[in-house]
Design a protein around this ligand. Structure first.
Ligand code: FES
Length: 476
């Protein structure tokens, strides 16, 4: 039996796609697990060299183990060798077990041979000989799924968190903290570099290995109970870990970090992407969709983070050209790569509802897309929502400033749909959404944009009878 996450990895599908097959009855499931046989029946064409789950292996082969690829994709040599050692031990155990069975069969055959004069013994001996010849002579191809599962266990480890039941894979040289953040999970942490102890968690089963130095000292009692620091350890084997996860935006303390401008990139004529990078040992902990206050020179502004918390060192902001806004002028006219920008925050509770089972509608206008982009990326990493639909309104002649990105999401993901809206008011947009979603009230809806737009959509939704508790809005 395989967990849904592992099954999805093996067949190169999303977890949501498998959930839909379970719901439609195509794929039986037992306690949230699926059987390898049922999976093979549904995906009979899995091959080691063609399947999406093995994209990484293929990429490694193609680039002939180039150094950068190896750094990015492969676990450290120590972890790889330890995983191989464990699989070899398992294999040696199996081999010894088989040899004992073989010896036992030979002994049984010998005893039958000695008793062949007794009635029925000769027939039993002949039956055993035929069975053994068939089994030993069989040349069955190895089960592709089993081979891939073994490979996956070497390339990555599967971690289940308690008590939430959330799970994720640890790939390449990632620490447990990095892997959890990449999976969209809001585990508790502080400094990310072994100083504060906030990422302390208890390993219930499995083996971890320290991959980064840390100054924070775990007590002997903590060590003996299995506590470890998520930011400094990687998984050697599959793990079950007891860890604190952030329930809401209020759980994250405000921080102050001096970051540097990494890049300034035009997004059309009217928008700039401000890319900040925090120091390696002082990253911003936040939830997707939250705001921070940025201060540069003697100007400041509160802006939503447009990137995902899974990359907490690289923070993206969308800044609209506005001659009346001092901070926007600073970004368009004065800031250069390398300049310091102070980041305070995070603020606000425009964040995904934790563990909501509902499909999600995102509605943005103009730069309201910035926090929505963070939320969409977060929802994609979580891979839990059956449908993610985005309506992005823009009245600018240049249109939606990251339309290509939205189109590429729609092409890559079966459950993502993008609609560019260029005309009509709030009423017309809500009517369109209701026409295109007969089950509109079944969605969680996240709405962001200028105040007038957000107000208009919220009122129109109310008139449509949309449940207020399922609406989260951010107006600027
Ligand atoms: S986050 Fe501070 S020690 Fe791990």
């Amino acid at each position: 039996m395989l967990t849904l996450s592992r099954a999805a990895r093996l067949v190169g599908a999303s977890r949501v796609a498998l959930q839909l097959k379970i719901r439609s009855g195509e794929l039986p499931s037992f306690d949230g697990m699926v059987s390898a046989e049922d999976l093979l029946r549904l995906y009979p064409d899995i091959r080691l060299d063609e399947d999406g789950g093995f994209e990484q292996v293929r990429e490694i082969k193609e680039r002939a183990f180039g150094r950068r690829v190896r750094e990015r994709l492969l676990p450290s040599q120590e972890i790889l060798s330890q995983r191989l050692y464990e699989q070899s031990t398992e294999l040696a155990d199996l081999r010894a077990h088989l040899q004992r069975y073989h010896a036992m069969m030979e002994a049984v055959r010998g005893r039958i041979g000695e008793q062949e004069a007794l009635p029925g013994m000769a027939a039993l001996g002949a039956f055993l000989d035929a069975q053994l010849a068939e089994i030993l002579g069989a040349t069955e191809a190895p089960n592709a799924l089993a081979v891939m599962d073994d490979m996956l266990r070497i390339m990555s480890a599967h971690v289940t968190l308690h008590p939430s039941g959330h799970d994720f894979f640890v790939e390449g040289a990632d620490t447990l903290l990095e892997a959890a953040l990449k999976a969209g999970l809001a585990v508790n942490y502080g400094c990310s570099n072994g100083n504060c102890g906030l990422c302390k968690a208890r390993v219930v089963s499995g083996e971890v290995r320290q991959v980064r130095p840390h100054d924070y000292a775990l007590s002997e009692a903590e060590k003996s109970q299995g506590y470890t620091l998520l930011c400094c350890h990687a998984a050697v084997s599959d793990l079950v870990v007891e860890a604190l996860e952030t329930g809401s935006a209020g759980d994250i303390p405000p921080q102050q970090i001096v970051a540097r401008v990494k890049a300034l990139q035009p997004l059309g004529d009217e928008m700039r992407l401000l890319h900040l990078q925090t120091p390696r040992n002082n990253r911003l902990r936040f939830l997707a969709g939250q705001n921070v206050t940025l201060a540069a020179g003697d100007t400041s502004a509160e802006l939503p983070v447009a990137s995902c918390p899974c990359d907490d060192r690289n923070l993206h902001f969308h800044v609209a050209r506005d001659p009346k806004d001092d901070f926007a002028r600073q970004v368009f006219e004065a800031l250069r790569p390398g300049d310091p920008v102070t980041v305070f925050g995070p603020w606000g509770d425009f964040v995904l509802r934790a563990d909501s089972p509902r499909p999600i509608l995102f509605v943005a206008s103009e730069a309201g897309f910035a926090p929505v982009k963070g939320l969409i990326e977060h929802a994609m990493s979580l891979d839990r929502a059956e449908r993610l639909h985005l309506y992005w309104h823009s009245a600018l002649p240049s249109g939606q400033y990251l339309a290509n990105l939205c189109r590429s999401w729609a092409e890559a993901l079966d459950n993502f749909r993008y609609v560019a809206v260029t005309e009509g008011g709030a009423e017309a947009l809500v009517e369109r959404m209701a026409r295109e979603h007969a089950d509109l009230a079944a969605f969680d809806l996240y709405l962001a944009g200028p105040e007038g737009f957000v107000d208009g959509i919220a009122k129109a939704l109310d008139r449509q009878g949309f449940p207020a508790a399922q609406l989260r809005a951010a107006a600027r």
